[in-house]
Structures are given as C-alpha cells and as structure tokens.
Design a protein around this ligand. Structure first.
Ligand code: BV8
Length: 225
C-alpha cells in the first residue's frame, strides 16, 4: 500500500501551457462549465462538448511535461509502489514524464467511453476516422471524462491509499472540487502528515500541516530532492 499519496490538479500542468480551470475564471476556453463538463450539457449539445474536448486533446499534443511532472517520475523511480499519484487532470503529462502509478480520478482526455457497452478505448487517429466503439461497434462514444455529478474513478483504491498513507502532498489544486478537496482531511484523520504545494493558498490550505506557495516547477523538484 503506498506510503506517499500525491494529489495533483490543473496547477501542475500550468507551466506546460495547459490552461487551469480557475485562471479562466471558471470559463474553459469560453465555455461555461455546466455547458461542457456535465452529462446534461452533453445531452443538450453533443457537438459543442465534443468540440471542446477535441480542442483540448489537440492542444495536449503541442505541450510537454514540466519539471514538476519529471520530479514526481524521478521520485517513483526511487520509491516504486510506495508512491501513488492521484490526478484530477485529464492530460497525460504524468505518464509522458515517466510516472506509472497514476490514477486519473476524473478520466483521461485521450480515451473514449462507449455509452452502449461501457468499454473505454484510446482516442487515436483510428477512432477519429471511424468513431465506432472498437468493443461493440456502436457509434455512441463520449469523452472518457468524469463530469460534474458523475462518480470519480477508483474511489475505493484512493480512499484505501489515503487511509494508509504516512504523507499526503497536494500540488496545484484550488481545493474547489469534491471529493478530491476532502482527501487532505481523510489522510490527516488517519495520521498522515499533509503538505500543500500551490501558487497561492487554496480553499483547503487550513487543513494542511504545512503549505508552501510557489510554482510547481520550482517547489516540486525542491521537495523531491
Ligand atoms: C461527485 C474533468 C459524487 C472534466 C472535472 C457542494 C458541496 C460539495 C460537493 C458538491 C457540491 N455540489 C456539487 C458537488 C459535487 C461536485 C463539486 O465538487 N462541485 C463543486 C463545484 C462544488 N463534484 C462532483 O460532481 C464530482 N462527483 O461528487 O460524485 C460522489 C463522490 C464521492 C464518491 C461517490 C460519489 C465529480 C467532479 C469532477 C468534475 N470533473 N474534470 C474536465 O476536465 O473537462 S473537475 C475539474 O475542475 C478538474 O478535474 C479539477 O478537479 C477541477 C479544477 O480544479 P483544479 O485542478 O484545482 O484547478 P483550478 O484551476 O481550480 O486550480 C488550479 C490551482 O493551481 C489554483 O489554486 C492555482 O493557484 C494553482 N496554480 C496555477 N498555476 C500554478 C499553480 N500551482 C502551482 N504552480 C503553478 N504554476
């Protein structure tokens, strides 16, 4: 069971050039959250939602992991399974930096979910060309992303890891979205030391034993080494 659980949010990818949720004042690329990150929004206007995610997927291909992602991958080389990264982000920058023990609790931009059979598939050129589910052949794919009102992925695994962790570190998240925002309290209640690394104090800073402000690209390598 991992001894260190690291939670990451949009702030860890900011220096790679990916817009955070807060910086856009709650607007993602000109869209209201409820229009593009809810099942109701998808039911109302599927094309707009698909375009919103297509644009973010295209942007992802033009950016690289930064020093913070790389520092966490280096830490995993040393600690192995003793480190678990739980990310709220749907980008693949942790994996591209070399991290393997990563849980995408809000899903992944580069995956499609079939609404007919529930199978998730890589969102690649083949799927772009032929948008039928590789599993059941039905053409009813959606982004494999957890929207507001939907249940995050792997909550049991995450909760168990938080219960057993001796250290919980939160990096680049505003602490505005649950259940991720409540992880620090769960970890602390079960005896973990808690550390926040963020550009500014988050909504949950008060729950951490220690909070350091700064850019993830500077704070995380310093913390890891
Ligand atoms: C659920 C995928 C039930 C989509 C996302 C009232 C009270 C409590 C909860 C609720 C409530 N009403 C509704 C809810 C539930 C709701 C919720 O929390 N709403 C909020 C708005 C109140 N949550 C849900 O619906 C969740 N599901 O609750 O199901 C359940 C729960 C448990 C168990 C079983 C059932 C599902 C929420 C998932 C939504 N999907 N993403 C997509 O990406 O398109 S959320 C999305 O927004 C992100 O994934 C992330 O979670 C969130 C944005 O947060 P951050 O990552 O923190 O980003 P943000 O921009 O806010 O902050 C960036 C931070 O970085 C800032 O602090 C900034 O200062 C810092 N920063 C910037 N640059 C840097 C930096 N730090 C360091 N270095 C830098 N360079």
């Amino acid at each position: 069971m991992p001894q260190i659980v690291v939670l990451t949010g949009a702030g860890i990818s900011a220096e790679s050039g990916i817009a955070t949720f807060r910086d856009a004042d709650g607007l993602w690329e000109g869209h209201h959250v409820e229009d593009v990150a809810t099942p109701e929004g998808f039911a109302r206007d599927r094309a707009t939602v698909q375009r919103f995610y297509d644009e973010r997927r295209a942007a992802l291909a033009t950016v690289e992991p930064n020093a913070a992602h790389r520092a966490l991958a280096e830490l995993e080389e040393t600690l192995g399974d003793a480190l678990l990264v739980v990310t709220q982000n749907i980008d693949d920058l942790h994996e591209r930096a070399g991290s393997k023990n990563v849980v995408h609790m809000h899903g992944e931009l580069r995956k499609a979910l079939c609404r007919a059979c529930g199978v998730a598939s890589p969102w690649d050129a083949a799927l772009e060309a032929e948008p039928d589910c590789p599993g059941c052949g039905v053409a009813d794919l959606r982004p494999d992303v957890v929207w507001f009102g939907e249940v995050p992925y792997e909550m049991d695994r995450i909760t168990d890891a938080l219960t057993d962790a001796s250290l919980f570190v939160s990096i680049g998240t505003s602490g505005a979205v649950y259940p991720a925002a409540g992880f620090v309290q769960h970890a602390r209640r079960h005896g973990a030391k808690t550390l926040e690394l963020n550009l500014e104090p988050s909504e949950g800073s008060v729950f951490f034993h220690e909070a350091r402000q700064g850019k993830a690209g500077e704070l995380v390598p310093r913390w890891v080494r």
